[in-house]
Design a protein around this ligand. Structure first.
Ligand code: C2E
Ligand code: CA
Ligand code: CA
Length: 864
């Protein structure tokens, strides 16, 4: 196969370099690459998500554990704090145990945290935990200290012993002394001095009692009793206490003054000093208590709690919340990481979607470029080829892909095939295959062009129609091969007669046409016709046959005869038929009279059809008489047309038209039936030996048509076949020798007699007589007419009779009109005669009457 496409198209040349010649290979490779890329990406994405997932799960678990542990720490810290507080309130072994347990749990939580993977990864977290352990140790020490302090009363409430050991005693001694004095004074109250002292003492006692009461309230308040606001209460109590102290200071001072002024007896003076002393002592003690209070040593256990324990606890809680915070931060980081993964995954999905879309578009682009476009181009090229064949000489350069190359190559193959076939068809459509001459179509074309030119140049166009004379006989007798080669030779002879500018065409069969251009005068074309006719005088040599043929030429001149192609062709055709009719081997110019004749012919044909329908045909019968017995041996049925206007017409008036009309077959059937009926009449009249001769159109003998007609007629009419005698001409034998012989043999086998009509006029051949089952030959009237005057005819008739008799064939002479003719024929042993001498053709009744007379013909009439 020729490769029409060698040009490379850029984009796919890489693929070509890779050795991928076909589209399917390229597609597969591209798909493979894309699939591998996608699979790799998917694998790594899957791995990534899986590992991230696992890491996240581990982290979550670690942090959950850490959270638990941190919560534990905080909880234990609270447990310690609460237990300590409870212990401070009520030192019991149960609270102590709680504290111990909390320590253990705390330690366990810390150990857990130290083992936690999340914490292990971070140094600062580990440091934080170490600090928490240190805190734990410190807490241990401080709580131990607190517990020990709480257990020692003097340590946890230092003011107690001041009040118990000193103030209690001072109070008792003061009140005892005071009561003594009051008792002492109350005995001598009628002494106004004493009364005054007494009143003073009472007042002192009252103030003392109030002072001690206020102080007690102060102490109580310092334990948080009796007041919603102990701070304010204590302040008020202190102020009150100190108010009573200064009041007592004043009252004791008055008492001293009275003593100095001797208003009090001497004994009691020492008691008053004692009062003063005890009061001063009490004040000192009070100051000491106040000092412990003001110096924050009121409850030492609380001091330890606040100053030593709580900071440690707070620190621990702070560190725990730091850890908690770190946890939160780490979780937030994890969440960020997870969302990051999700984000990158969704990004990837977007990228992949974009990528796939791009691949899709690229794929479509490539598909369009590599497949659709070439297909569209090939389709367009095909369409162009169909619409405007042979115009597009361009070559398609589509792709180097094998499939597309195959497609384009197939297209070129097809285009070449189509073109060559088209050319072939064109030639076939315009030329004759046998002779290679232009055909009727091309002749018409050339003729119309020639007519256009003639019009322009004011010239004439000659159109000749030629028909070979008796070509059919040659064809039938010698075979189609010989006929064909004769036609070829004829065509080359014709071509040699004309100029290059003229056209010889074969119109079909043995018909030819010649277009002669540039004709000035009719003479010119007559000369050419003569030339053609004379070119046929030389015989044609085909194989070892020397063939003689002539031609009949009809000539029409455009635009003189007609101005359009169709009419001119018709004219030439008419002229040609006339040339044929007028004896062949001649040329005839078309004339208006010819056309009129054709019109007549057509009119006659129409009338014939009507005649058929109207039953205007009749048969007349002419007797044939034996020259031996003088008796009628047979009658010949002869067709007549009882024309409504023209009267009785003989066959010569209508037979040629009838043969062309297609009415021959039905008419023959009618003749057969009619003649058979007449034969039956003769038969019934007692003359079965008189045969009925019927003329058969030769054309019908070489197919089964006539045979079937005869057979069916015999069957219908039930006549004896031996009573029938069929006549046909020599031409019939020539037309189709084999078929005719077959039919004749069948007829003969049935008992039908056979006569060869018009003997001597056609291409007579002795072999015809010998080979065919012929009973009778009828010598044509032409040969009888001039005997015995014409010596040549006499010899010919004599020879025919002798020859026929040699072949055991009977001889009938036609057209015998005179006794001389009769005499000659009788003398030369002719078997029978037919002619006006005895009788012309008579209608059915008359012939029957003639037969009935049964009068023998006078054989010797010397007087004639
Ligand atoms: P044919 O078969 O040769 O018939 C003999 C012709 O010679 C007849 O002419 C007849 O009238 C004529 N004839 C007979 N004796 C004489 C004579 O002494 N002198 C002259 N001058 N003529 C004589 P007809 O009837 O006009 O027939 C002409 C031709 O028409 C026949 O020639 C035959 O070929 C054909 N024909 C007649 N009838 C039929 C028919 O029924 N079928 C067919 N196919 N052809 C028929
Ligand atoms: Ca005849
Ligand atoms: Ca005849």
């Amino acid at each position: 196969m020729k490769n029409y496409n060698s040009k490379q198209t850029g984009a796919v040349s890489i693929l070509t370099l890779l050795g991928l010649k076909s589209l399917s290979q390229r597609y597969l490779v591209a798909m493979l690459v894309v699939s591998v890329l996608l699979c790799t990406f998917a694998y790594f994405a899957w791995q990534f998500v899986r590992s991230t997932n696992q890491a996240q799960l581990n982290q979550i678990q670690n942090r959950a554990e850490a959270t638990d542990a941190i919560n534990d720490v905080s909880e234990q810290v609270h447990v310690i704090e609460v237990s300590l507080l409870r212990y401070i309130t009520l030192p019991s072994q149960q609270h102590k145990a709680h504290i111990q347990r909390a320590y253990r749990l705390y330690d366990a939580a810390i150990i857990k945290l130290l083992a936690n993977n999340w914490i292990k990864t971070d140094k600062s977290l580990q440091d934080l935990l170490m600090a928490m352990e240190t805190d734990r140790r410190e807490l241990n020490i401080t709580t131990d200290k607190l517990l020990a302090t709480r257990e020692d009363e003097t340590k946890w409430f230092p003011a107690m012993h001041i009040m118990q050991d000193r103030m209690y005693r001072q109070n008792r001694q003061f009140t005892t002394t005071l009561n003594y004095l009051i008792n002492d004074v109350s005995g001598e109250l009628n002494n106004p001095v004493n009364l005054k002292t007494y009143q003073l003492l009472i007042e002192i006692r009252h103030s003392w009692e109030l002072m001690v009461a206020e102080f007690r309230l102060f102490v109580s308040n310092s334990f948080g009793i009796f007041s919603n606001n102990p701070e304010n209460g204590m302040q008020a109590r202190r102020i009150n206490t100190e108010m009573y102290i200064s009041s007592l200071d004043g009252l004791l001072n008055q008492l001293q003054q009275r003593a100095k002024a001797n208003k009090i007896d001497g004994l009691n003076k020492s008691a008053i000093s004692e009062l003063q002393k005890q009061f001063n002592e009490w004040k000192k003690s009070y100051q000491s208590v106040l000092d412990t209070f003001n110096q924050g040593r009121w409850r030492y256990d609380l001091v330890i709690l606040h100053k030593d324990v709580e900071p440690v606890l707070d620190r621990i809680l702070q560190r725990a919340s730091s850890l908690q915070l770190e946890l939160g931060v780490a979780s937030a980081k994890d969440i960020t990481r997870v969302t990051g993964v999700a984000q990158s995954l969704s990004n990837s999905v977007v990228y992949i979607t974009i990528g796939l879309s791009l691949i899709g578009f690229l794929g479509y682009f490539m598909f369009h470029r590599v497949i659709l476009l070439p297909i569209a181009k090939v389709a367009r090229a095909l369409k162009n080829e169909v619409l405007t064949p042979h115009t597009d000489q361009s070559h398609l350069h589509l792709s180097d892909a094998r499939e597309i190359l195959d497609l384009t190559n197939a297209f070129y193959e097809m285009r070449e095939q189509i073109r060559s076939r088209q050319e072939h068809l064109d030639h076939m459509a315009h030329h004759d295959s046998l002779t290679a001459l232009p055909n009727r179509v091309l002749l018409r074309d050339r003729l119309s062009q020639a007519m256009a030119r003639a019009k322009r140049d004011d010239k004439m166009v000659g159109l000749m129609f030629l028909d070979l004379d008796r070509f059919k006989q040659i064809n039938d007798s010698l075979g189609h091969d010989v006929g064909d080669r004769l036609l070829q030779q004829v065509s080359s002879r014709l071509s040699s007669c004309i100029r290059a500018t003229d056209t010889v065409a074969r119109l079909g069969g043995d018909e030819f046409g010649v277009v002669v251009e540039n004709v000035g005068q009719a003479d010119q074309i007559a000369v050419l016709a003569e030339k053609i006719l004379s070119s046929f005088t030389k015989p044609f040599q085909v194989d070892n046959h020397e063939l003689h043929t002539s031609t009949s030429i009809g000539i029409a001149l455009g635009p003189n005869d007609d101005n359009d192609v169709d009419s001119l062709i018709k004219d030439a055709d008419i002229a040609m038929y006339h040339a044929k009719d007028q004896g062949r081997n001649d040329y005839k110019f078309y004339s208006a009279e010819m056309a009129a004749q054709v019109a007549r012919h057509m009119r006659l044909e129409t009338q014939l059809r009507q005649a058929m329908d109207n039953n205007e045909f009749v048969l007349h019968y002419q007797p044939i008489v034996s020259l031996v017995t003088g008796q009628i041996t047979s009658t010949e049925a002869l067709l007549r047309w009882q024309h409504p206007e023209r009267g009785l017409l003989a066959p010569s008036e209508f037979m040629p038209v009838l043969q062309d009309s297609g009415l021959m077959r039905p008419l023959t059937q009618w003749v057969l039936q009619q003649a058979s009926a007449q034969y039956l009449r003769h038969n019934q009249a007692g003359f079965p030996q008189i045969r009925m001769a019927i003329n058969l159109p030769g054309l019908m003998l070489h197919n089964d048509a006539i045979l079937n007609l005869i057979i069916s007629t015999i069957e219908q009419t039930r006549i004896d076949p031996t009573g029938l005698l069929v006549e046909f001409t020599e031409d019939t034998l020539l037309e189709s020798l084999v078929d005719s012989k077959k039919a004749l043999v069948t007829l003969r086998d049935m008992g039908v007699h056979i006569a060869l009509d018009d003997f001597g006029t056609g291409q007579s051949s002795l072999s015809h007589l010998r080979q065919n089952p012929i009973d009778v030959v009828k010598i044509d009237r032409d040969f009888i007419r001039d005997i015995p005057a014409d010596k040549y005819d006499c010899e010919l008739v004599d020879a025919i009779i002798a020859m026929a008799h040699k072949l055991h064939i009977k001889v009938v002479a036609e057209g015998v009109e005179t006794s001389e003719q009769l005499e000659f024929l009788r003398h030369h042993k002719c078997d029978a005669i037919q002619g006006y001498y005895y009788s012309s053709a008579l209608d059915g009744d008359k012939i029957l009457a003639l037969i009935r007379q049964n009068q023998p013909m006078t054989l010797v009439r010397a007087s004639h």
